[in-house]
Design a protein around this ligand. Structure first.
Ligand SMILES: NC(=O)c1ccc[n+]([C@@H]2O[C@H](COP(=O)([O-])OP(=O)(O)OC[C@H]3O[C@@H](n4cnc5c(N)ncnc54)[C@H](OP(=O)(O)O)[C@@H]3O)[C@@H](O)[C@H]2O)c1
Length: 292
């Protein structure tokens, strides 16, 4: 039995697609199962509720060999610690009480970074908590997702630009959620691994936002430029959208760490190199979204 949390999330939905035809029994935990495609819902067992609820996870993990674990960080949480570690506490209790064997979790690059890196620091604390339950655990340690670019489709369309408070010349890894999902699915179906470890998901190349703008311009056939914005402007925007002080500060701390090179310390190896290039993703995902 494989249990998938957050089955409507970007990554979780693709994990599900990848394992549906495996012949394994699959159970999902969903707050609102009607948000899943009907064809998928028919083929899985559904436990309704949030995976932050002890009763829900205890029921869902009964008889589970493997669990796909993804924390949706609540923007209104008091702090990143609350959003990741406290959210995952009931899940950890249930991994133990239900004897779950393997967990594959979504995590972040940045282990060993000497300063508080907000979301990343909290995510890594969650990984440690999961590892301490005694399950075998693989943390998929990710840089920023290239799919984040979809949040800027409207300005790319209307103004031919996108922005973020990161230096335009900083080359760094990124990864596609489809590649994360495919690694997660492989690990969920594989019963041969054990122990605790992490698996970086680094994509095939390091690119700066200026490189990304250049590739976008070529693929979309129109000029697109990148603008580095001030951290304070982002802070004001996030707070005005209702993000808590704590989660806003966590986002800023993470961006400062990324700007200082936190994501540049993991050497790319054949195992951590995932296939989808930014150009390919741009052709297959961003271009149709922009032209729509
Ligand atoms: N974006 C990045 O660059 C990046 C980089 C590294 C790591 N990460 C990590 O990746 C994860 C996000 O992955 P993603 O983008 O695939 O997620 P996502 O698409 O944002 O989806 C999150 C899902 O969680 C569900 N959800 C929201 N609140 C919930 C709650 N209280 N209880 C249960 N479910 C809830 C929502 O579904 P319903 O509304 O249907 O319940 C939603 O589909 C985070 O842990 C983040 O830290 C992100």
């Amino acid at each position: 039995m494989i249990v998938v949390t957050a089955p409507t999330s970007n990554i979780g939905s693709q994990v599900l697609e990848n394992i549906l035809d495996s012949g394994e029994s699959i159970r999902v935990i969903a707050r609102d199962p009607s948000r899943m495609p009907e064809q998928t819902r028919k083929r899985v067992e559904v436990v309704e509720g949030s995976h932050s609820d002890l009763d829900v996870v205890t029921k869902a993990f009964q008889g589970a060999d493997s669990v796909f674990w993804l924390v949706p960080a609540d923007p209104r949480a008091e702090s990143a610690e609350a959003a990741y570690v406290d959210f995952a506490r009931p899940g950890c209790e249930a991994f133990k009480s239900q004897g779950v064997k393997r967990v594959v979790g979504i995590s972040a690059l940045g282990r060993g970074w000497p300063k508080n890196a907000g979301h990343v620091t909290a995510t890594l604390a969650m990984d440690d908590m999961i590892a301490h339950t005694g399950v075998s655990y693989r943390a998929l340690t990710c840089p920023g997702f290239i799919d984040n670019m979809l949040r800027q489709v409207e300005v790319i369309k209307s103004q031919g630009m996108f922005s973020w408070p990161i230096s335009g010349d900083l080359k760094a890894p990124t990864c596609a959620t489809r590649d994360i999902a495919s690694v997660a699915a492989r690990l969920l179906l594989d019963r041969s691994w054990s122990g605790v470890g992490s698996l970086p998901i680094l994509g095939p190349e390091d690119l700066s936002f200026n490189d990304i703008a250049q590739i976008m311009s070529e693929v979309l056939g129109k000029p697109v430029r990148f603008e580095e914005t001030a951290v304070d402007a982002l802070k004001t925007r996030l707070l005005s959208r209702g993000m808590s002080e704590g989660m806003t500060q966590a986002m800023i701390n993470m961006l400062v760490a990324k700007n200082e090179g936190m994501d540049n310390r993991e050497p790319r190896t054949p195992q951590s190199t995932t296939p989808t290039s930014f150009r390919q993703w741009c052709e297959e995902v961003l271009k149709p979204a922009v032209l729509n």
